[in-house]
Each structure stands twice: as structure tokens, then as C-alpha cells.
Design a protein around this ligand. Structure first.
Ligand SMILES: C[S@@+](CC[C@H](N)C(=O)[O-])C[C@H]1O[C@@H](n2cnc3c(N)ncnc32)[C@H](O)[C@@H]1O
Length: 283
């Protein structure tokens, strides 16, 4: 809900700061959150939008910048895959991801949303409440716990074909998982990926020791409140090695600096980079 609130906010903010539009986010969030996003985005002139954008970026240590930029970077990577003829999208740890419900480019594609059953129940009720229908050809919900369940078998049961190329999104999830679950899931992705498939995966590189300790302490509080402990820090080299073991090779590895220059034509101003986005491909 936190990241969906940021997406709702950036949907309302005008360009050039509004780089990623997700109208589904605001429509399915609890009312106080969508109201907060709408309130902050009352800034309709370019100047006031810039002020809201910078104030929230500063207050969130760059998290709001990060979510807006990563949404756009992943949307672009997905559109590129669809333009190359990919017709299967798997969203791992989908949460309130709205792509299947907001992207007309998915009209010819099957979308598999993978998550905990409780998260899926909640999302389904929210979509129904807001009378939102998929834009994708079909949406299949696949219940999987990355720490325990067989991803490949669960997808196959829902009609996923490992013989056709696919695009996978694993956005904002790996930091909540153990190393074994990250490796196991990547291995399942590699095994189910036909040549030409790609995965867009965000990960949090290890930080300075004091910052890592602070994030872990924050994670413990978060775990108690919402049941999502922070644990999976990985370096770019480790992600590349885990990918290689799964038969997936780095096509690009970018973070806030590259995105900010590309989408905002400016240097990144957040205090932290938060996550990086690696695109791994099956050749
Ligand atoms: C921060 S949310 C990100 C949601 C979405 N990808 C986005 O960017 O808006 C993390 C998601 O990962 C899911 N998740 C966390 N641990 C998981 C696990 N062990 N198995 C399956 N899903 C998990 C949560 O249910 C949640 O939907």
C-alpha cells in the first residue's frame, strides 16, 4: 500500500516530474491513502508540483523518487518485451501492481500474478469494489510462498507455458526474502524461461554497516507491524552469479542515477538509491 500510494501520487503530478502513471493505485487504495495522494497532488502547476516532489523526496530519504522512477523503468522494459512479441507476463510478489489493469499493450497477453493468497484476496476485493476489469487478455492468480512453494509447478497448473518467451517482474520483493528463496525462485524462473525471456528484478545492495543496521532495525519493527522482515541484501555481482546459475544473463543493471538523468534530465537528488534494477535474459 505504501508503494501504491507513491504511484497514486505520481499519477496525479504533472510532467515533467510525473513520469509514471498508475491510475489503478489511487482507485484501489484505502480512502485515507488515496485522499492523501490526491491532496499532495493538488499541485497542478509545474512549479508547485516540483515543490511537492522535492519535499516528499527529502522527507522519504528518496523513496518517493525511487518508486516513481522504478515504475517507469519497469514499464519501459515490459513495453519493449511486448513489442518484441512476448505474450506472457509473470508478476512475482504482485501486491497492488496495476499493470494488468492499466496497460492496453497487454491486451494480447496472459498475466500471472504471484503472491501470498491473503494479499491476493485483499487485492481482488479492492478491484471488485472499484469495478476495475483487466486490460490484459487474462489474469491468473497464482498462490506461492517463495520461501516454501514450487513456483514452476504452480505456474504450470495455471496454464503458463515454459516453451514460449515470457517477461517476469520481481519488483520490491527480494529484500524481504532469504538468500535461499531468492536463489530458488531465480532457478525456477530460469527453468521456466524459453529463449528470449527476461526478468526485471529489483534488489537492495548492501549499505554502509551503520545504515544496514538501521535498515534491519527498521525491518524488525516493520515485521512486527505488517509481517514483512527486511533481510535480502545482495551485491550486483551476487545477483549476476545467481542469474548465471539459473541460465539468466545480465542485460542491464541500473539505478536511480541513470533513471533520473533519463526521465528527469537531472542528477538524482535522493539521499539513498534504495534499489537497483537488473534485467536478466535467457539467450
Ligand atoms: C513491497 S510489496 C511490492 C509489491 C509490488 N511488487 C509493487 O512493487 O507494488 C512486496 C510483495 O511481496 C510479497 N511477498 C513478500 N514475501 C513473499 C513470499 N515469501 N512469498 C510470496 N510473496 C511474498 C508481498 O505479499 C507483497 O505483495
Amino acid at each position: 500500500m505504501g508503494v501504491a500510494t507513491i504511484r497514486a501520487l505520481y499519477t496525479e503530478l504533472p510532467e515533467p516530474v510525473g513520469v509514471a502513471r498508475d491510475p489503478i493505485a489511487g482507485a484501489i487504495l484505502p480512502r485515507p491513502l488515496s485522499f492523501a495522494a490526491r491532496l499532495a497532488s493538488r499541485a497542478s502547476s509545474e512549479r508547485s508540483a516540483e515543490r511537492v516532489h522535492h519535499a516528499l523526496g527529502l522527507a522519504s530519504l528518496g523513496m518517493t523518487y525511487h518508486v516513481a522512477l522504478r515504475t517507469r523503468a519497469i514499464d519501459d522494459a515490459l513495453r519493449d518485451a511486448l513489442s518484441r512479441g512476448v505474450r506472457q507476463l509473470v508478476v512475482l510478489g504482485a501486491g497492488l501492481d496495476g499493470r494488468a489493469y492499466r496497460m492496453d499493450e497487454l491486451a494480447g497477453a496472459a498475466v500471472f500474478e504471484v503472491d501470498h493468497p491473503s494479499t491476493q484476496r485483499d487485492k481482488r476485493a479492492r478491484l471488485r469494489g472499484a469495478r476495475i476489469e483487466p486490460r490484459a487478455r487474462e489474469v491468473r492468480l497464482v498462490s506461492v510462498d517463495f520461501e516454501r512453494d514450487e513456483l514452476g509447478a504452480s505456474l504450470a497448473r495455471e496454464g503458463f507455458s515454459a516453451d514460449e518467451p515470457s517477461f517476469w517482474i520481481w519488483e520490491g520483493v527480494t529484500v524481504y526474502l532469504t538468500r535461499a528463496a531468492i536463489a530458488g525462485t531465480l532457478s525456477a524462473v530460469g527453468a521456466a524461461s524459453a529463449p528470449g525471456s527476461r526478468i526485471a528484478l529489483t534488489y537492495v545492495p548492501p549499505r554502509e554497516p551503520w545504515l544496514e543496521r538501521a535498515l534491519l532495525a527498521g525491518g524488525r519493527v516493520l515485521a512486527r507491524v505488517i509481517g514483512e522482515p527486511i533481510r535480502g541484501f545482495v551485491t550486483p555481482e551476487e545477483v549476476a552469479a545467481l542469474g548465471r546459475e539459473a541460465g539468466l544473463f545480465v542485460s542491464s543493471d541500473e539505478g536511480a542515477d541513470e533513471w533520473s538523468r533519463r526521465y528527469w534530465s537531472s542528477e538524482y537528488e535522493g539521499i539513498f538509491e534504495w534499489e537497483r534494477l537488473v534485467i536478466l535474459e535467457r539467450r
